[in-house]
Design a binder for this molecule. Structure first.
Ligand SMILES: [Zn+2]
Ligand SMILES: [Zn+2]
Ligand SMILES: [Zn+2]
Ligand SMILES: [Zn+2]
Ligand SMILES: [Zn+2]
Ligand SMILES: [Zn+2]
Length: 701
């Protein structure tokens, strides 16, 4: 029987087990986990023995249990799970998800809990170990990439359709057939965004703890923004999170603000470009003006934090002030005016794939693929500036030059693709094929031809990725830097880079010629630089052949108490249309399934029939809200879960529903019996015909 956590069912039916089920069985009862690890029950502490007699637990062997003693039958729930159809010939026995979903002969349904977390278990790649033990701690601790709604106005699905249509027409014009080899699509899926930067920017990135857009760097001229950056820094956050007190947070904010403002005014005097914030008064303050508040705040903090914590906050604030104004003097930081018109200054620039833009510097930062799946990321077949200058219309004659500047910019926005939209790799491959075959007027192109062209042309003529504004360093997969350039960094930067990137930091033996400023001359691609560049690019191309795949949209959120919405790059309608186009003739059902994975729960999905505008009250929008509760604690003695619910009303009623549970449908037993460690998979099913909406677990639970 699988309904052992359903109280009503237990009262109505009789079951072979006598004692009431433990609320934490099967996965999270600590007593039972201890019991199943031991060989001799008699040696266990008496309270564990008592617990296991008082409550029933799910038997680890399920249908394959041979134990017939009365104690076992009275206290154990037997669940007959599906056998794996391949059983002993199964090839997925190394996959924990699979072992959690299907039974195999001689493997318990519920394997013992390994004493080590997934990331610290040394045996987790050994199949004998996996067959015996399950693991907790499958989580991801990457930082947050904030969402700014930068793709709000972009319709990626229609972009894809138009771009593909243009190339198909062009192929007809050339009297060629457009066929897109799987190999090229696979190549595109393996591309990672690559960013290049100078030494000054790299040092600044290390201090800030994230890579940043030009606009963000520009903002750092103002002490207010530098202060915000300092407060959001990982190390400062770690201190604040330890206390979780709003009072401390307030004092730390003022303290950092004043420290940084003082630094700025010492550095720049009354130079208004740097010091005056729009919020402050007209007379610019002198450095001494800040002393009083700094002292006062320090006194407050001393009563609440440890002295070394205050020191760490002060040091981080001062470092960030310095790193921020260092940025302003960097020549590669000066960006073309068109970036502002195109909106690309709000993104981090990178090339999706091998990056030959030597004019950005010789430090290569390779981002993880999942950055491209963030709702604020996108890429275009050529650089934004190529649209603005009109050059792209001669390299890509299938797109007509629309004439006016405004129309060119519009064309750029309509050429943006997003990696979470199904079929993007097909359109991107079509673009690459057409661009590569341009001179020979052919569509008969293979991967070799594509790479050859890619290596020859300027980096503005290949995929340009526009990444979210601020990306924490956890999302960097690899860093390449010439050894002598690395050795010329400040010792603090060297140490910080080693600590932050660990094995992902690659110092190459190839050295580059350094100029007077201690960095390479970015304008001049001399022999040493070109040799180094080729070396790195070969490494990058090697990596493309071993890609890691993700699907859908990926985002790590900072809690907002449900005040902000994140817009997913594809709508249900668009997804449905697209599905019908690609699966002609077999769409009998119009049910919608939304699948997602989340850690720890406490998240909400809002569907609406119109875009939600946070600044307006829109009485006519219809909503469907689905909220999954925070996963219940497994360390308490009583099981306690808050409401998960589905509601057909606006999302801002959340607090009220959490208090009384009154809404279309709610449950406080949604996680009962689930394995709630790591990522959980959920499914929301919407049946249009009946209006029925169902929330369920969709993972191996
Ligand atoms: Zn039953
Ligand atoms: Zn128990
Ligand atoms: Zn049993
Ligand atoms: Zn199997
Ligand atoms: Zn283990
Ligand atoms: Zn920053």
């Amino acid at each position: 029987c699988t309904r052992f956590h359903d109280d009503k069912h237990l009262q109505e039916e009789t079951h072979p087990f006598r004692s009431p089920p433990c609320p934490f069985t099967p996965f999270h009862c600590q007593a039972y986990n201890t019991l199943s690890r031991t060989n001799s029950i008699k040696t266990l502490p008496i309270d564990i023995q008592n617990h296991c007699l008082k409550y029933s637990h799910v038997c680890r062997y399920g249908r394959q249990c041979h134990e017939t003693s009365d104690v076992h039958l009275n206290n154990t729930i037997h669940v007959a799970r599906h056998m794996c159809p391949y059983d002993s010939k199964c090839t997925k026995k190394h996959n924990e998800d699979h072992l959690n979903s299907f039974s195999h002969s001689d493997i318990p349904d519920i394997r013992r809990l390994c004493l080590y977390q997934n990331y610290e278990c040394r045996d987790k790649r050994k199949s004998e170990h996996i067959l015996q033990y399950r693991h907790n701690g499958n989580y991801d601790s990457s930082g947050v990439i904030n969402y700014f709604g930068q793709n709000r106005m972009i319709d990626f699905v229609s972009n894809q359709e138009h771009m593909l249509k243009a190339i198909q027409d062009y192929a007809i014009h050339l009297k060629q057939t457009l066929s897109i080899p799987k190999e090229i699509q696979k190549f595109i899926k393996g591309l990672q965004p690559v960013h290049r930067c100078s030494k000054i920017i790299f040092e600044s990135i290390l201090v800030h703890g994230h890579v940043m857009s030009c606009e963000h760097m520009e903002h750092l001229k103002k002490p207010r923004f530098a202060a915000q950056a300092a407060q959001e820094h990982k190390h400062v956050r770690a201190i604040l999170d330890r206390y979780k007190l709003p009072k401390i947070e307030d004092h730390v904010r003022v303290y950092i603000q004043e420290l940084i403002s003082q630094k700025y005014s010492t550095k720049y005097g009354s130079n208004s470009a740097f010091v005056i914030d729009s919020s402050s008064s007209m007379t610019s303050p002198t450095p001494n003006d800040f002393d009083e508040t700094i002292c006062k705040e320090e006194r407050f903090l001393k009563s609440m934090l440890k002295a070394e914590e205050i020191d760490r906050i002060r040091k981080r604030a001062i470092d960030i002030a310095e790193a921020s104004w260092n940025l302003q003097g960097d020549p590669t930081g000066i960006k073309y005016a068109p970036d502002k018109v195109l909106g690309t200054n709000k993104h981090i620039f990178s090339i999706l794939g091998a990056h030959f833009g030597h004019y950005y510097g010789d430090i290569f930062l390779v981002f993880k693929n999942e950055v491209m799946l963030h709702p604020d990321a996108n890429f275009s077949p050529q650089a934004a500036t190529a649209f603005n200058s009109g050059r792209t219309f001669s390299c890509r004659p299938w797109v007509k030059d629309p004439g006016s500047d405004e129309a060119k910019i519009k064309c750029f926005h309509q050429s943006k693709l997003h990696c979470s939209i199904p079929g993007y790799e097909y359109v991107a491959a079509a673009e690459l094929i057409a661009m590569t075959g341009l001179h020979k007027k052919t569509m008969d192109i293979n991967i070799k031809d594509i790479l050859n062209r890619w290596k020859k042309v300027d980096s503005h003529q290949v995929f340009e990725a526009h990444l979210p504004q601020l990306i924490p360093l956890d999302y960097i997969d690899a860093v390449y830097i010439p050894k002598n350039l690395f050795n010329s960094l400040t010792s603090a930067a060297q140490e910080s880079a080693k600590k932050t990137f660990g094995h992902s930091l690659h110092l190459t033996d190839l050295e580059v010629n350094l100029g007077l400023n201690g960095d390479v001359n970015v304008q001049l691609l001399d022999k040493s630089r070109s040799k180094y560049q080729n070396y790195v690019i070969d490494k990058l191309i090697e990596k493309i052949e071993h890609p890691t795949h993700f699907y859908g949209t990926v985002i790590t959120l900072a809690p907002s108490k449900f005040s902000d919405h994140i817009l997913v790059p594809i709508t249900i309608n668009k997804a449905y249309d697209q599905y019908r186009h690609t699966h002609k003739g077999n769409t009998s059902s119009d049910d919608t399934y939304i699948y997602w994975k989340a850690m720890y729960g406490d998240m909400m999905i809002t569907l609406s029939n119109e875009p939600i505008n946070p600044d307006k009250i829109e009485p006519n929008i219809r909503y469907l809200v689905c909220y999954v509760a925070e996963r219940p604690s497994t360390t308490t003695t009583n099981y306690n879960e808050s409401y998960s619910y589905i509601n057909a009303s606006d999302p801002y009623r959340h607090e009220i529903i959490m208090a009384n549970g009154r809404c279309s449908s709610s449950s406080r037993t949604f996680y009962r019996g689930c394995n709630i460690e790591g990522f959980l998979t959920y499914c929301l099913k919407i049946e249009k015909k009946t209006g029925q909406v169902t929330l369920s677990h969709a993972g191996s639970n």
